[in-house]
Design a protein. Structure first.
Length: 298
């Protein structure tokens, strides 16, 4: 009953709005929620280990999401691809652990900017594994967006630290996660994909956090609850986006994370954006706009 209602709502929306635009909207929603979650993680006490953050985020995310999945009953666990679900969870947990470490050890704008290498990895994997057709024009727009990232980052001024390499590794894991989700989305419902991800992630992250476990303070617990809610919401947006469009089209919309990180960094941490940051953001917005217009013609 629950699935049929979702499918009915999806059909009515598709009658009015093109699928690719819906996918882009969900991807930008993911970018906003993700950037806000990362900002919250920077407010945690430095003694809270990244693996503990990962476990608590997965735990609270599972607690928030499970009531929705219970409406489906056992149907939420019905799958013919358990190994692909497990592989996706391993990639997802690895990406989140690396991301939390990087964001806590780098300035928000810097971490977000380096995270913008993700679309390049996603597009390349989509070409190799999913056989996505990526034209030279699309590659040009993707690279244009990355130019905007370089304008913001100005890599010649950044000190190379281990956190930077960890962030790049997080992007590779994240790209692998996106490919797994796209493969799953061909046969699985969004709720099923998320149910396996949230439940298995609690177990995997819990085992990883045992060796470094220290109970967080009450203030940090409240922050972790917020991170969990934002995390599961952003995951829902990213999974749903892949239901409507291919990774090679959606990946450049990840660049909007940087645009969202600017106001989040300003309001949360009083980080005033420079002219370079604003100029780079305008280039990113231009690239995503061009890509959308390009895709609407195909």
């Amino acid at each position: 009953m629950f699935i049929s209602k979702l499918n009915s709502l999806k059909a009515r929306i598709l009658e009015v709005v093109p699928a690719k635009l819906i996918g882009a909207a969900f991807m930008m929603s993911w970018a906003l929620l993700f950037s806000t979650a990362m900002a919250f993680s920077k407010t945690l006490h430095p003694d809270v280990h990244s693996l503990v953050i990962l476990f608590m985020r997965c735990l609270f995310g599972f607690m928030i999401f499970s009531p929705f999945a219970l409406k489906m009953g056992l149907a939420a666990f019905k799958t013919n691809r358990p190994l692909l679900h497990l592989l996706r969870v391993c990639f997802m947990c690895s990406a989140m652990a690396c991301t939390y470490y990087a964001y806590r050890n780098l300035p928000l704008a810097t971490a977000t900017s380096i995270g913008m290498t993700g679309p390049l990895f996603t597009t390349m994997l989509a070409m190799l594994i999913l056989r996505d057709n990526v034209s030279l024009q699309k590659w040009g727009v993707i690279l244009l967006g990355y130019v905007g990232v370089l304008v913001v980052v100005r890599p010649h001024e950044i000190e190379i630290t281990p956190a930077i390499w960890v962030e790049i590794l997080a992007n590779i894991f994240a790209a692998c996660t996106i490919i797994c989700v796209k493969l799953l989305s061909k046969t699985e419902e969004t709720v099923t994909i998320m149910m396996y991800a949230t439940s298995a992630a609690v177990i995997v992250s819990g085992l990883a956090a045992v060796s470094v476990w220290q109970p967080p303070s009450y203030e940090d617990i409240l922050t972790l609850v917020a991170i969990g809610a934002l995390g599961v919401s952003s995951q829902f947006c990213s999974v749903t986006a892949l239901k409507f469009a291919n990774p090679s089209y959606l990946s450049p919309f990840e660049y909007t994370r940087l645009c969202f990180a600017i106001p989040v960094g300003f309001f949360f941490f009083e980080e005033v954006p420079t002219l370079w940051v604003l100029a780079g953001s305008l280039i990113i917005i231009l690239a995503t706009t061009l890509l959308t217009k390009m895709e609407m013609k195909t």
